[in-house]
Design a protein around this ligand. Structure first.
Ligand SMILES: NC(=O)c1ccc[n+]([C@@H]2O[C@H](COP(=O)([O-])OP(=O)(O)OC[C@H]3O[C@@H](n4cnc5c(N)ncnc54)[C@H](O)[C@@H]3O)[C@@H](O)[C@H]2O)c1
Ligand SMILES: [Zn+2]
Length: 386
């Protein structure tokens, strides 16, 4: 662990076997193709950014966009290699607004950039969503290259084509689907990512293992401390990101606009989003999702959908990374239920939950992939998570 006194080497039963058999799984792939996007995951890949950007958008004029933290660390060298301008916005979720979208598009217009522009978004999910939405809308759409540098962006935000901004009515309410030409991931960029963001990203990695890849789940458990180390080894960094990318690509491939199987990625997110909101966004998204996964796995167990024991395994693994796994007393069941009902994943006012059957296998009943649940059961699951 980078901070705190937790022992991150929690190894659940069966892990040793999983480690042995983990050699031939999808993490050995370093490239994927998804809805027209080429996805490359290679340690050191940032050094090839200029070549790969030119290759995917031949003849296009690049413009690089990054936040104020990532600009000097990772974006400036890419802009220099591309001989491109670098536009910088203040780091943080507070920049994911229509105002910032407007300021950036004005910068593009002032430079008289045409339809032969390619936007290169270098940074975390905020940059990817914001710059992606700039690209989606500028002159009715120009190509975008995503160069994710946070764990959340590498394994989640940069893959799947969702872009957008927040409004005072809620997060991500104005946006567009806009598939990148290229997603260029250098897992070694994680070395400079602050520990809290590394941990929060691990919640989504744990989710990927929990919903679709048992050996990955055990591998994460066995490598906890090493995965949080500032000197993250290239082989571990690649395996981490590739395993998660393989899960996300596999799920999104058959369901570009979230009509079906993509819903399994929402495991932990119905209750997690409610808790994130109730915390006034003082909890990082991944922290709220860790609590949400534990509560929803308990809900699955109570509803006899989920094999008993999974909630405890997920809780132990999340806790090993210093992630919270209990619902604070100030977040009442009434408030969580009300927010869950208002969640955009709900149909006709009933909250829906993506529930596991067991480790790495999700409920896919009737092609619905998520289930409405009785309030009484949800309350019991919330109680059991306090
Ligand atoms: N489009 C999608 O499908 C999708 C999916 C998940 C999340 N998201 C969005 O992603 C956002 C969260 O992403 P995030 O957690 O990456 O937030 P973020 O972009 O704010 O990045 C977190 C922090 O880490 C810094 N940072 C990023 N990479 C760094 C690096 N390599 N070295 C040093 N500092 C670095 C950033 O400057 C920022 O301070 C939210 O807005 C969320 O809505 C979108
Ligand atoms: Zn999430």
């Amino acid at each position: 662990m980078v901070s705190g006194g937790h022992d991150a080497r929690y190894i659940p039963p069966g892990a040793a076997h999983a480690l042995d058999s983990a050699q031939a799984t999808p993490h050995e792939t370093d490239e994927w193709s998804l809805h027209g996007a080429r996805i490359v995951v290679r340690a050191g890949a940032l050094a090839d950014a200029a070549t790969l950007v030119r290759e995917c958008a031949p003849g296009c004029r690049p413009i690089v966009i990054a936040d104020s933290n990532v600009a000097p660390l990772h974006a400036a060298p890419i802009a220099a290699a591309l001989n491109a301008d670098l536009l910088v916005f203040p780091a943080g979720e507070a920049s994911k607004t229509r105002e910032q979208w407007s300021a950036l598009t004005d910068e593009l217009l002032a430079r008289q950039l045409g339809r032969d522009t390619v936007v290169v978004a270098v940074g975390g999910g905020v940059c990817g969503d914001l710059a992606g939405f700039v690209a989606a809308t500028y002159l009715r759409g120009v190509p975008v290259v995503q160069v994710p540098t946070s764990l959340v962006a590498m394994i989640d935000a940069a893959i799947g084509g969702k872009t957008g901004v927040d409004t005072r009515h809620g997060k991500n309410l104005v946006g567009a689907f806009h598939q990148p030409r290229l997603v260029l991931v250098d897992p070694l960029a994680l070395r400079s990512l602050p520990a809290a963001h590394r941990r929060a990203g691990m919640a989504e990695a744990i989710k990927h293992g929990a919903i679709a890849d048992e050996s990955y789940f055990h591998w994460i458990a066995a490598h906890g401390a090493a995965l949080l180390s500032p000197s993250l080894a290239p082989s571990l960094a690649e395996r981490l990101v590739r395993s998660s990318v393989a899960v996300k690509v596999g799920v999104v491939a058959g369901d570009e606009r979230e009509g079906g199987r993509r819903r399994i990625l929402n495991f932990g997110h119905t209750i997690g989003h409610a808790i994130e909101h109730l915390s006034g966004y003082t909890l990082l998204h991944g922290e709220a999702i860790a609590i949400g996964m534990v509560a929803e796995a308990r809900l699955g167990e109570l509803a006899e959908v989920t094999l008993p024991g999974l909630a405890e395994d997920v809780a132990e693994l999340c806790a090993a990374f210093g992630l919270p796994v209990r619902i604070a007393p100030e977040f009442s069941a009434d408030a969580i239920l009300a927010l869950a009902r208002g969640d955009k994943k709900s149909r006709e006012g009933a909250a829906e939950y993506a529930l596991p059957l067991r480790l790495a296998e999700m409920n896919e009943g009737n092609g619905r992939f998520s289930l409405p649940m009785d309030d009484a059961l949800v309350r019991a699951a919330l109680d059991a998570t306090r």
